[in-house]
Design a protein around this ligand. Structure first.
Ligand SMILES: C[S@@+](CC[C@H](N)C(=O)[O-])C[C@H]1O[C@@H](n2cnc3c(N)ncnc32)[C@H](O)[C@@H]1O
Length: 284
């Protein structure tokens, strides 16, 4: 589509500047989010209107002005064309997610990973999603299998959307959503030795929460889905680097672990990759 966008803009933008247009953008529900290089800022409205006119089912175009950042992992977005709104309904695998793209984290690029984990989960498991966002991973799995999930998120907007999304998808009896810091909630509540499976989808900081996650897995053991960011100049080394990092984390801990699987989830920046590792834990 970017090539197509470039074709559409040929004649409107000078050729030299057209070359600078980024090669991808996100579509979340009926909102398109595009990054525009500084040198093309004067053309942002024309780029927005061109997207609006030519992509089916898009009602709003926003420009992402900063990378995802902060505790809530938000992107700065500015309105450039169409209806001025930030709330939209996104659909995948028979699930619907109400998302506010300005006040809650959401990435359509994780959909394959959401599906992958939902296939691994077994019926009747008790699952903890420590960084649930608007509920995406938990809802995809709860729609597929009868299980119980505890969702935690510290962002109030994400937490409210998570509760709404559980209802929209008819899984509210299977998901309990809690608002607050995951560590505080888990340490103060009655969650020790409780869960069959724990998701840590906060790649920048998951390692800081590993101890609390381990303490909440069942005494008989369980699975952790551990997300990380790995810097590497060679893509083929990323899985190895990721597993090396995990080995280092576990070398300081007294539980048995076995890495079941590691893969790249997506590229997040030049030479930075998001990875996920499925780890079987046996508590001693
Ligand atoms: C990268 S997002 C992932 C959200 C969701 N799992 C998804 O994939 O759509 C990480 C989420 O963790 C939340 N978060 C960050 N620090 C947290 C903490 N200490 N306790 C609970 N939630 C936290 C953020 O608000 C954000 O929604």
């Amino acid at each position: 589509m970017s090539k197509y966008l470039k074709t559409l803009l040929r004649g409107t933008l000078p050729d030299d500047e057209l070359k600078l247009l980024y090669s991808s953008y996100d579509i979340i529900g009926d909102i398109a989010i595009i990054k525009i290089p500084e040198a093309l800022m004067n053309y942002k409205n024309i780029i927005g209107k061109t997207l609006l006119k030519n992509i089916k089912n898009i009602n709003t175009v926003l420009m992402q002005s900063n990378p995802v950042s902060g505790e809530y992992r938000l992107r700065d977005v500015d309105y450039i064309a169409g209806d001025e709104k930030y709330l939209t309904l996104y659909k995948e695998f028979g699930c619907k997610f109400l998302v506010n793209v300005a006040t809650s984290y959401f990435s359509p690029r994780l959909s394959t990973e959401r599906l992958r984990i939902s296939v691994l989960v077994k019926p009747n498991e008790l699952v903890l999603n420590m960084f649930a966002g608007v509920g995406t991973f938990s809802i995809v799995m709860a729609k597929k299998k009868p299980l119980k999930v505890i969702n935690i998120d510290s962002n109030l907007d994400a937490h409210i959307l998570d509760q709404i999304n559980s209802k929209i998808n008819g899984v509210q009896r299977h998901i309990i959503s809690l608002h607050g810091d995951a560590r505080n909630i888990l340490q103060k509540g009655n969650y020790l030795n409780n869960f069959d499976r724990i998701l840590l989808p906060l790649p920048e900081k998951a390692y800081e929460f590993l101890d609390v996650a381990l303490s909440c897995l069942k005494q008989s053991g369980g699975i952790i889905h551990f997300f990380s960011h790995v810097k590497s100049d060679a893509k083929k080394k990323v899985v190895f680097e990721s597993e090396k990092h995990i080995a280092r984390l576990f070398s300081e801990r007294t539980c048995d672990y076995q890495i079941l699987h590691t893969q790249i989830v997506r590229d997040v920046a030049p030479r930075i990759y998001q990875t996920v590792t499925d780890i079987q834990i046996n508590k001693l």
